[in-house]
Design a protein around this ligand. Structure first.
Ligand SMILES: N/C(=C\C=C\C(=O)O)C(=O)O
Length: 127
């Protein structure tokens, strides 16, 4: 079965990865940080979360999927103090129920010291 890759757009300075990779009916989405359109990282958790959702939807859309097609989501945070806020924002962005399966981890660090959150996921893609 072949793999369809969704690389960063030309000119975007990203690490050596695809934002998404599809095999069969499954789309695997890389850890998506909260970069804005200019590859800047806002200071606030809420703004980073909003950018993650925008970026996440773009990757899903490129593969013909939506947030409702998500099967599993992993949320990586660098501050346990953001968990409560994340849950509120998450319910708005990834809801309504039923939600995808999810794991949340508080990690020591993410690749850029300004990153407060990354979300990765697996979605079902039909067609
Ligand atoms: N997922 C990772 C970084 C993503 C960076 C980006 O979207 O620009 C990684 O390093 O694994």
């Amino acid at each position: 079965m072949s793999i369809q890759h969704f690389p960063p757009p030309p000119g975007v300075k990203a690490p050596p990865l695809s934002f998404g990779a599809r095999v069969g009916d499954l789309l695997f989405i890389s850890g998506i940080p909260g970069f804005d359109a200019n590859r800047g990282l806002p200071d606030s958790f809420e703004a980073q979360f909003a950018n993650v959702v925008t970026n996440f939807k773009r990757v899903l859309g490129e593969a013909g999927a939506t947030m409702r097609d998500l099967v599993k989501v992993n949320v990586l945070l660098t501050r346990a103090s953001d968990v409560a806020t994340m849950n509120v924002l998450y319910a708005g962005a990834f809801g309504p129920a039923p939600y995808p399966a999810r794991t949340t981890c508080v990690v020591v660090a993410l690749p850029d010291p300004k990153m407060l959150i990354e979300i990765e996921g697996v979605a079902q893609v039909k067609g």
